[in-house]
Design a protein around this ligand. Structure first.
Ligand code: RIB
Length: 320
């Protein structure tokens, strides 16, 4: 597959996280004290920020990554990944105070997963470091961040983006309780339906994707100009100045959903940066996220631009 290159490609700065992911297939969650046999062990680069950066690059954007790695050999995987994908590392920092981040990803037979992460070096990304990326942010068309880094650093990137009239997109993953800190800095908020419930202090176990429209409306009323709640194979819900709408998902045979949300967010950022209307951007992102479920792993499963465009045509022209 060749890289998509356009003279008019948008520039996205991803302020995020990198982990080395250790993935294993398991039949079910073990109980306390139990040793359970897994299979298909795989070690690969991951972390929400790195996945998002790779996806933005494969979808045709110029990408800068801002983040922190340790001084250990695991950091080499990030350097190699960013080099291969043509991602800018001018503001990639190193620390000797922590190891490079690590993730344990447990994959269930139905394609769903749970992740456990030690963010380690990623937690050393400070607001001051983000300030050093101010000129990259100023020259960007969109800034995308997540919460696998300190909230202050994520918010600083959103503040700088807004200051320079650049679209600020926050994927509030992993979930945090409460929205007070996030208000006023974010143009587009993109929780999944569990994270959205957590932001409003609703029990995430009780939240279903059926509640997403009401939750999106409430989040918007709380001060986020656009809220997009992802609902897995059910698609996504948008709440913005035009009201609320559901966008149907692109159906695929999912084998592994890890990294699908990161790919969705990257595709959304690219489409917004290209000037697409929000509903079309969400359709494009739905297709990218769905395609990312069709292969095992994160980076290995992230699709390229032509694949997403083809899926977009087949999914949404069939619906008209
Ligand atoms: O969103 C998927 C990512 O979340 C994985 O790469 C894993 O590292 C976790 O951080």
């Amino acid at each position: 597959m060749t890289r998509h290159t356009k003279k008019t490609a948008p520039t996205i700065t991803v302020v995020g996280s990198f982990t080395v992911d250790m993935m294993m297939r398991i039949p079910r969650l073990p109980v306390y004290g139990e040793t359970l046999l897994g299979s298909s062990f795989l070690q690969a680069p991951g972390g929400k920020g790195a996945n998002q950066a790779v996806a933005c690059a494969r979808l045709g954007a110029n990408v800068n990554y801002v983040g922190v790695l340790g001084m250990d050999s695991m950091a080499e995987a990030a350097l190699e990944l960013f080099r291969q994908e043509g991602i800018g590392t001018e503001c990639l920092f190193r620390t000797d105070e922590a190891a490079t981040g690590v993730g344990f990803v447990l994959q269930f037979p139905d394609g769903n997963n749970v992740c456990l992460t030690d963010m380690a070096a990623n937690q050393h990304l400070s607001a001051d470091m983000v300030d050093r990326a101010a000129s990259l942010i100023e020259e960007s068309d969109a800034v995308l961040t997540c919460l696998e880094i300190p909230t202050d650093a994520a918010l600083r990137s959103m503040e700088l983006a807004r200051k320079h009239g650049v679209c600020s997109i926050l994927n509030p993953a992993p979930a945090i309780a409460g929205i007070e800190k996030l208000k006023g800095h974010v143009d587009v908020l993109t929780p999944n339906h569990v994270e959205a419930a957590a932001l409003l202090n609703i029990d995430p176990d009780a939240a279903t994707s059926a509640d997403a429209v009401a939750i999106a409306r409430t989040l918007r009323e709380e001060g986020f100009p656009a809220v997009i709640i992802t609902c897995g194979e059910d698609g996504a819900v948008i709440a913005d100045g035009c009201g609320e709408m559901k966008v149907l998902g692109a159906k695929v045979q999912a084998v592994d959903t890890t990294g699908a949300g990161d790919t969705f967010n990257a595709a959304l950022a690219v489409a917004i940066a290209e000037g697409k209307p929000l509903a079309e951007a969400v359709m494009f992102a739905n297709c990218a996220g769905a395609l990312a479920c069709m292969k095992v792993g994160c980076v290995a499963a992230i699709p390229y631009r032509d694949e997403v465009e083809e899926r977009f045509r087949s999914t949404y022209s069939a619906m008209n």
